[in-house]
Design a binder for this molecule. Structure first.
Ligand SMILES: Cc1cc2nc3c(=O)[nH]c(=O)nc-3n(C[C@H](O)[C@H](O)[C@H](O)COP(=O)(O)O)c2cc1C
Length: 356
């Protein structure tokens, strides 16, 4: 009963308030939300209150050797510094991908750097990996008692790694390894982000040779730390790759013993922006949400058909139907970011109920 009101309550009441709050600045609203979740997760009673509003995942699936309580997770970028790491379980997510963090703390791009496109149910962002660095994330998770496999966050936590902006692409491997060394004790899986459009040169790491070097170094390091049960490493790809480029990624992933593919990150395309949002086509950055749904599905289907590796689908999951279609296209799990902004926790509850 209470739960039935959550969806309309969010969309008709809370979302309009949130979209107007803080002078309409999405980044400040986002910071407020993360801060609130961080506090709430430590507040007795939050869990029971959240339990009334959300529906936890209850149909476990095993992917990459990890047991997930359900299929829908939080995509990377929402909780870059892991501040709300203990809260996501209470909103119904079956897993959360923290980060992207980089080896060195960095401020990200100049503001404003995130734009809402409400008529298109989309966002454009060029955050540029603003984060406090991999060591700060590791310390925060250590203080919270979060270690790989111990279930402290209630759900599996992935940690997404990216390249520090000031580090040259040629030196990227060492930079990722520094981050890996810092965070791996706290991660149920590691996501290698080579697909954000907002760090110059980053996407060139998706090219076969460079990617094989990077993934080879990371999987070797994971085996070095734990020869019998290395932390699974997944690679996240852009939706803007050609078929040949996807083939190169899959070959590099298979050759280096990667455990799965996350498809996809945001797109450079501006197709699907509705007329009232067309001005955002001029803003640099990645587009997410509804305009990405069809392309994400296409990439997921291609990847699933051309490899045995499990696929985590990400991109344009705005409704339960979108989640179902991504699963039908071959995704073992799905993640969302923009759908959570537009539909709130009710979407997670609905996916848990209808998709499992
Ligand atoms: C504001 C914002 C920041 C993001 N930051 C990251 C990031 O740090 N690392 C990453 O891998 N993806 C990042 N993403 C991409 C999302 O994780 C996701 O792959 C993408 O938005 C597509 O899913 P969606 O349509 O559900 O939002 C970001 C997306 C948004 C909107």
């Amino acid at each position: 009963m209470v739960r039935a009101l959550v969806g309309p309550g969010y969309e008709n009441v809370l979302r309009p308030l949130l979209f107007r709050a803080r002078g309409g600045d999405p980044e400040r609203v986002h910071e407020d939300m993360i801060r609130a979740l961080e506090v709430l997760a430590r507040t007795p009673g939050f869990r029971s209150l959240a339990g009334l509003l959300t529906r936890s995942a209850s149909q476990p699936v095993e992917v990459a050797g990890i047991r997930f309580p359900g299929r829908v997770g939080l995509a990377a970028g929402m909780d870059k510094d892991g501040r709300a790491a203990l809260a996501w379980q209470h909103l119904g997510f079956a897993f959360a991908e923290l980060g992207t963090v980089t080896a060195q703390a960095q401020p990200g791009n100049d503001k404003p750097r995130i734009f809402r496109a409400p008529a298109s149910q989309a966002l454009v962002n060029r955050m540029g990996f603003n984060n406090h660095g991999a060591h700060a994330l590791a310390n925060r998770l250590a203080v919270a008692g979060v270690y790989r496999g111990n279930g402290r966050a209630g759900i599996p936590l992935g940690i997404s790694l990216g390249k520090t902006k000031v580090v040259e692409v040629e030196d990227a491997v060492a930079d990722y390894l520094t981050s890996f060394d810092a965070v791996h004790p706290h991660a149920d899986y590691i996501a290698v982000n080579v697909s954000s459009p907002n760090t110059p040169g980053l996407r060139s790491l998706q090219d076969g040779g460079a990617l094989a070097d990077l993934l080879g170094a990371l999987t070797a390091r994971a085996r070095q730390f734990n020869p019998t049960n290395p932390v699974p490493i997944l690679v996240k790809v852009a939706p803007d790759l050609t078929v040949e480029q996807v083939d190169e990624v899959l070959a590099a992933a298979t050759d280096t013993g990667v455990s799965g593919i996350i498809a996809t990150n945001t797109t450079l395309s501006r197709e699907g922006l509705a007329a009232p949002d067309r001005h955002l086509a001029e803003e640099a950055g990645g587009l997410s949400g509804r305009p990405l749904s069809a392309r994400a599905r296409e990439v997921v289907a291609y990847v699933a058909a051309h490899t045995d590796l499990p696929v985590i689908g990400s991109g344009g999951v705005m409704t339960t139907e979108d989640a179902k279609r991504l699963v039908d296209s071959g995704a073992s799990l799905v993640q969302l970011y923009t759908g959570f902004i537009y539909a709130g926790p009710a979407l997670i509850a609905a996916i848990n109920e209808e998709v499992g």
